[in-house]
Write a new protein. Structure first.
Length: 223
């Protein structure tokens, strides 16, 4: 899928202000360099969805780990609020599990059609300008944190589903927020905080085995 989704976060600015470049090419190159050198990433996330008269906010912890060149990375989205659910991929299979429903859905990672899935390539060989068509500055969009820069573009691999993506980038060249506008009018926003880079992550976090009594369904994991 894609390397473009270089992350999703709202983080605190460093104590010493850093001047961020205002040239889209320089920003994209700096973001690529930052994430392509990481092997793992952990962050707290907030996911906000708006569409069809519905608005919901969920939060939890995200883990990403590098898999290999041109291979989907490993990821684990552990939702805690308002209810527990799990979205996890080991790079081969992806699972979506809701404990209270006692049901797990599985699909092959390479067939995954989920707006979270491109994040798995974060720690690969990302090239923002290649993955996002028409990548440009978005001066009309106010960043959540002063000093950040907002970019916009269209993901080539998901252009049939997504009309536009906004990326908020902080002075350390981390993507601190992603806003995804889908063609059906729905909007999903991800914000990440408390990022921890290159810390040891257990391989077991990316494996999933349905608990006894859990029904298993084959197909694309739901939202």
């Amino acid at each position: 899928m894609i390397a473009f989704f270089a992350a999703v976060l709202v983080v605190m600015l460093p104590s010493k202000p850093v001047v961020i470049a205002r040239d889209v090419h320089a920003i994209a190159a700096a973001v690529d360099q930052h994430y392509n050198h990481l092997r793992s990433l952990q962050a707290q996330f907030t996911e906000i969805y708006r569409g069809s008269g519905i608005e919901r906010a969920e939060s939890g912890t995200l883990w990403l780990a590098k898999a290999g060149l041109k291979k989907p990375g490993k990821m684990r989205w552990e939702y805690r609020s308002p209810r527990e659910k799990l979205f996890v991929s080991d790079g081969k299979n992806a699972w979506f599990y809701v404990p209270e429903e006692r049901q797990a859905r599985r699909t092959e990672a390479r067939k995954l059609d989920d707006i979270r899935s491109p994040l798995a390539f974060l720690l690969g060989k990302s090239k923002l300008e290649k993955e996002l068509q028409g990548l440009s500055l978005a001066p009309d969009v106010a960043p959540i944190t002063a000093g950040d820069v907002v970019l916009r573009g269209v993901p080539q691999a998901m252009a049939q589903r997504i009309s536009e993506i906004l990326l908020e980038i902080d002075p350390l060249h981390r993507i601190v927020r992603i806003v995804i506008d889908e063609l059906d009018g729905s909007v999903t926003e991800y914000r990440f905080s408390d990022q921890k880079e290159d810390e040891a992550i257990s391989e077991g976090l990316f494996r999933f085995r349905p608990p006894p009594g859990t029904g298993t369904i084959e197909g694309d994991p739901g939202p």
